[in-house]
Design a protein around this ligand. Sequence first.
Ligand SMILES: O=P(O)(O)OP(=O)(O)OP(=O)(O)OC[C@H]1O[C@@H](n2cnc3c(O)ncnc32)[C@H](O)[C@@H]1O
Ligand SMILES: [Mg+2]
Length: 201
Amino acid sequence: MTARALLGERLVIASHNPGKVREIEALLTPFGIEVVSAGTLELPEPEETGHTFAENAALKAETAAESSGLAALADDSGLVVPALDGAPGIYSARWAGPDKDFSHAMERVNRELGESRDRHAYFVCALALARPGEEIRIFEGRVDGVLLWPPRGERGFGYDPMFLPDGRSESFGEMDPAEKHAISHRARAFRDLDSWLRKTE
Ligand SMILES: O=P(O)(O)OP(=O)(O)OP(=O)(O)OC[C@H]1O[C@@H](n2cnc3c(O)ncnc32)[C@H](O)[C@@H]1O
Ligand SMILES: [Mg+2]
């Protein structure tokens, strides 16, 4: 089967975050399917009550698939800081508060790290694909790096300006989007999705 047959003619991107929707649209381009975002369809934003990235991604994808009757792809992601026992993790969006203020969230990460010499962090992305009448599928990706202070760059979204991926000299906030797509947690999860599609073909 082709990607189109597996994913449907029209796929809902079950996210209300414009930064993510932009990246997911770019990463889906090679699949050649029409996409529409949950925001455009005015779908409700479900409460993220799961305890893992995968559970929250599944919850968002299932809600969107049920309310639209279409296949839906959700992304639950976040920044994991081992020296902070994994925080902010699944609470990454919530650390920015109702105003979605990521300068504030980044300051909190840096403040809580204090003088810690361990500034290692990684981004995780769990993608969930829900198709009407089919079992839900989860795909995951991760990228490791170190936390910078002060943050650098205006590109990307969320915690990007404080994240320097391993082996690179530019933060995610400074990088050209195409470069971020070559190595990001989200791109790696898409590679996992792509290999599943190829196996199923
Ligand atoms: O749930 P949806 O509607 O998709 O949008 P959201 O922003 O609430 O998304 P999450 O619940 O998955 O929260 C993940 C947060 O982690 C951060 N994050 C995820 N991927 C990121 C990336 O590539 N670069 C920077 N920050 C990222 C970003 O701040 C997100 O708001
Ligand atoms: Mg969310």
